[in-house]
Ligand binder design. Structure first.
Ligand SMILES: Nc1nc(=O)c2c([nH]1)NC[C@@H]1CN(c3ccc(C(=O)N[C@@H](CCC(=O)O)C(=O)O)cc3)CN21
Ligand SMILES: CC(C)C(=O)C(=O)O
Ligand SMILES: [Mg+2]
Length: 274
């Protein structure tokens, strides 16, 4: 059953006001069929650059383009009416300068109608966040495990495990809040660190492999439906088996076509009724 009573999209300021009030429930979605269903249950949908891996079977997230992200975001916006829609900025589309980030964020929002952008980076990207927010583009920050930095981080590894590393990530969170981010995604960090950040910030934290104490949670939708091409991360859990449902349907279809029991004349045109 839908948690939404009226069909009015949750705004960025409304999401921000969830802090200490209610949990932000969020998943990724890249296409219309998923987005249409998820829209009835969630507060926020992210068009994640993880679609590179989950939707295109790429090795990592680096190669997905701005145009691809815009097209996926447009499909999700067209298919939803309740959720706040946030779109990931792909690798190389924002790191160069605040001006580059603004130009590409504006492109994404204009092409798609999404509500906000997200990108990976803490203190080094704080000036970019201030630049965008001052010019009308809401920013969801993303700190901790940042998949676009895998070549400098040496892979998808949990972050903030030492006191020194934790302190840097804690500062990343404060910097992004100070710069005007409306919320911050904390991915793949030591749990006590995510808890401490959540307590320190006045904006919501949205955890993925972070802490149950975060103000919200996000996962890759395919991971919870058993539709991921590869192994799901430790922090995900399978909540239903959509792959099994698809197998059942496709097996039945294949059998009936091979046996000639589908289609029947009921599915054909120009057949004289008896
Ligand atoms: N299907 C999918 N789900 C995700 O959550 C996801 C993606 N893909 N692709 C983009 C990023 C990459 N993410 C990942 C992917 C793998 C691990 C992983 O395997 N982590 C190890 C522990 C790493 C360590 O600390 O050594 C694990 O056991 O889960 C973590 C985050 C999260 N994002
Ligand atoms: C998992 C979330 C936080 C993400 O950035 C993505 O899916 O790309
Ligand atoms: Mg992402």
């Amino acid at each position: 059953m839908s948690v939404h009573t009226t069909a009015k999209r949750i705004t960025v300021p409304q999401l921000r006001a969830y802090k200490n009030q209610k949990k932000i429930v969020s998943l990724t979605s890249y296409t219309a069929p998923f987005a249409r269903v998820l829209d009835e249950y969630l507060d926020m949908i992210l068009i994640g650059d993880s679609t590179a891996m989950v939707g295109y079977n790429m090795e990592n997230t680096l190669a997905i383009t701005l145009e691809q992200m815009a097209a996926h975001a447009r499909a999700v916006v067209r298919s939803t009416q309740n959720v706040c829609v946030v779109v990931d900025m792909p690798f190389g589309s924002y790191q160069e300068s605040p001006e580059q980030a603004f130009r590409n964020a504006a492109f994404l929002l204009k092409e798609s109608g999404a509500d906000a952008v997200k990108y990976e980076g803490g203190t080094p990207l704080a000036a970019t966040t201030r630049f965008l927010v001052d010019r009308g583009i809401p920013v969801l920050a993303h700190i901790g495990l940042m998949p676009q930095y895998l070549n400098t981080m040496g892979g998808f590894k949990a972050q903030g495990m030492s006191d020194e590393a934790a302190e840097i990530i804690y500062q990343d969170a404060l910097s992004q809040e100070q710069a005007g981010a409306f919320a911050v995604v904390i991915e793949g960090t030591a749990e006590p660190l995510a808890r401490r950040i959540t307590q320190a910030l006045s904006i919501p934290t949205i955890g993925i492999g972070a802490s149950p104490e975060c103000d919200g949670q996000i996962l890759v939708a395919e991971d919870i439906f058993n539709l991921t091409p590869n192994r799901i991360p430790k922090f995900a859990r399978q909540f239903s088996d959509v792959q099994a449902a698809i197998r059942e349907g496709v097996a039945a279809y294949a059998t009936e076509v091979r046996e000639g029991t589908f289609p029947t004349l009921d599915h054909c045109f120009g057949v004289k009724k008896k």
